[in-house]
Design a protein around this ligand. Structure first.
Ligand SMILES: [Zn+2]
Length: 76
């Protein structure tokens, strides 16, 4: 079976392009419980929405954070 591969990109409807367009994920904010991403149309660059990437919420404060979990995204 072939796997359907995407460039880790989603498609969202863009009101400017009037079509479902590939979007770029831009990291907006790094929050304690997750990261906030902005989705921008690859063609016109308009912001089409945001997504909060929730991590496992752990209220156990004795657990230390792992800085190496922070992964770099495509240049911005
Ligand atoms: Zn667009």
């Amino acid at each position: 079976m072939r796997q359907f591969r995407e460039f880790s990109a989603t498609h969202l409807y863009c009101p400017n392009c009037k079509a479902s367009m590939p979007v770029r994920e831009v990291l907006l904010l790094v929050l304690p419980d997750g990261n906030l991403y902005d989705y921008r149309c690859l063609v016109c660059g308009d912001s089409l929405g945001t997504k909060k990437d929730k991590k496992n919420i752990n209220i156990d404060t004795t657990k230390e954070r792992r800085p190496n979990e922070f992964r770099r995204h495509n240049s911005y």
